[in-house]
Design a protein around this ligand. Structure first.
Ligand code: FE2
Length: 299
């Protein structure tokens, strides 16, 4: 059966049929999925009971894995539950127990419930993220996605003219600070030093512009902090209106793949006493292409 994609919303997100993610994909299948990603920005694959090896192999068909020397979270090497290349978005510690509500690791993880784009706090942010549902709670824990292309297109002309030239500073310090978690060590603060990103980026294949927002963005170059935070807050409210959002309700075996260059996402609340084991693989991206030469110069 050839690959087919059914739209899940009028704007974006598609459901893929006709592919088994556990077996090696043919080049034509890779091209069909990439074309689907360019168009829909989020793709959902059902009934894909992947193990870590299979998820890594499937991910690598679309490029190189993201690989940074500095951590993107506060799990120490001895707290790692999964093998290198697999990002752990479970609520489990490395003994397989549910992380305590008092644990700083849990505080840090709660920040994933704010809208964000993966690795926007890195100099080279992520391309695709792939999240595999291994154990999913019966209530809550949905993942929501917002279409940042549609959000950009829907800006009033005056606001669009302002955002095109702006450069933001992104850091995990900002997104965790937004929920009151500031208990970071000197090493963590150094690893999470802010990076600059254009507020509007251009997709390298389609040429479409997107708002490049994330809760990691905490400053705008040349603006005061209160003015910047208020503007980013307003833009985020605009970009995450219901009409731009697809909400994914997880079943075991779902694989959801999204393009961080044209979407934001957030995790939703669930019963923290229930196990949630979802595992992410992440593809390296490219430096964000600013919307204008002026933004390029400022970055
Ligand atoms: Fe994320």
């Amino acid at each position: 059966m050839p690959i087919s994609i059914r739209p899940l919303t009028p704007f974006f997100a598609g459901e893929v049929a006709g592919v088994d993610c556990r077996r090696p994909l043919e080049l034509g299948e890779v091209a069909a999925i990439e074309a689907g990603m360019d168009r829909y920005a989020v793709l959902v694959f059902h009934d894909q009971p992947l193990d870590d090896e299979e998820q890594l192999a499937f991910t690598r068909r679309f490029g190189a894995l993201e690989n940074y020397a500095t951590p993107g979270n506060i799990r120490s090497p001895k707290q790692q539950r999964l093998r290198p290349g697999m990002a752990d978005f479970s609520n489990l510690d490395n003994d397989g127990n549910i992380i305590s509500a008092e644990d700083r690791l849990w505080f840090f993880k709660l920040g994933d419930r704010l809208w964000h784009s993966d690795s926007s706090f890195r100099p080279i942010p992520a391309k695709y993220s792939l999240l595999s549902g291994r154990i999913v709670p019966s209530w809550g824990a949905d993942t929501e996605f917002a279409d940042m292309r549609a959000a950009y297109d829907a800006l009033d002309p005056r606001t669009r003219a302002i955002v095109d030239d702006l450069v933001c500073e992104h850091s995990l310090i900002y997104s965790r600070g937004a929920i009151g978690f500031t208990d970071l060590s000197a090493e963590e603060k150094a690893a999470f030093a802010p990076v600059r990103q254009p507020l509007v980026r251009t997709h390298p294949v389609t040429g479409r512009r997107s708002l490049f927002l994330a809760s990691h963005a905490g400053a705008i170059v040349g603006w005061t902090i209160p003015e910047a935070r208020m503007f980013l807050h307003e833009l985020t409210e605009h970009a995450t209106q219901r009409e731009f959002v697809y909400r994914h309700k997880w079943s075991v075996g779902d694989l959801v793949m999204w393009d961080n260059r044209q979407t934001m996402h957030r995790a939703r609340r669930f019963d923290r006493n229930k196990v949630r084991d979802v595992r992410r693989t992440t593809l390296a991206g490219e430096a964000a292409i600013p919307a204008s030469a002026l933004a390029e110069k400022a970055a």
